[in-house]
Ligand binder design. Structure first.
Ligand code: GLN
Length: 195
């Protein structure tokens, strides 16, 4: 079987790390900046970065509504950190009106932006992760947490009492950045779910 075509939204953020992680996980990975590139992929990764800047660029590049439509149509997606924020149905502390982060509504959850950021800007922790054997080393950078999940959302990992990884069908999101650690198990989980 041919490798799934997985796009990485490449408007802003750590695109390169996700492309490398996806390729090592067996995907045919490419960048997505334009409508035609979005139309050509089977699934999409939304990287870490800054969710308000990515939202602004999605509007500027006329990608916001096409992306919402593909997600509503069931295109699988994985979001790390800023990507998790964008995949949510509700964003808490989304930013100032007019320049706020845009909820794409792919996962029925409320995500608070910069939630850990107020406590400590960045930290690392080994987490138990449902579906992955052994601890996952998680890097959090001004990270969000999930404050509410809908009935169809499965919690995959928590840090302390806070939800930091979720799955709903073939939508996956983590507050942290597996693309930065060289451990490809989270990307493999996503890529394997596509076939
Ligand atoms: N704080 C960022 C945001 O609001 C997310 C940080 C990250 O992706 N490392 O989008």
């Amino acid at each position: 079987m041919s490798a799934p075509r997985v796009g990485v939204l490449a408007l802003q953020g750590d695109t390169r790390e996700h492309l490398a992680a996806l390729r090592e996980a067996g995907a045919d990975a490419s960048t997505v900046r334009r409508r035609a590139e979005l139309d050509a992929v089977d699934a999409l990764v939304i990287p870490g970065g800054e969710s308000t800047a990515m939202s602004h660029l999605l509007r500027e590049f006329d990608l916001l509504e096409p992306l919402r439509a593909r997600l509503a149509d069931g295109m699988p997606a994985y979001g790390s950190c800023a990507g998790m924020i964008l995949l949510a149905s509700q964003i808490l502390d989304a930013g100032v009106p007019g320049r706020a982060a845009e909820p794409l509504g792919a996962i029925d959850m409320a995500v608070r932006r910069n939630a850990f950021g107020r406590q400590v800007d960045s930290f690392e922790e080994d987490l138990e992760f449902t579906g992955i054997d052994g601890p996952v080393h998680a890097v959090f950078i001004r990270a969000p947490w999930v404050e509410r999940v809908g009935d169809d959302v499965e919690v995959l990992a928590t840090a302390g009492e806070h939800i930091v990884a979720v799955r709903q069908g073939r939508m996956l999101a983590t507050s942290f950045h597996p693309e930065m650690t060289g451990d490809r198990r989270v990307h493999k989980m996503f890529v394997n779910s596509l076939s």
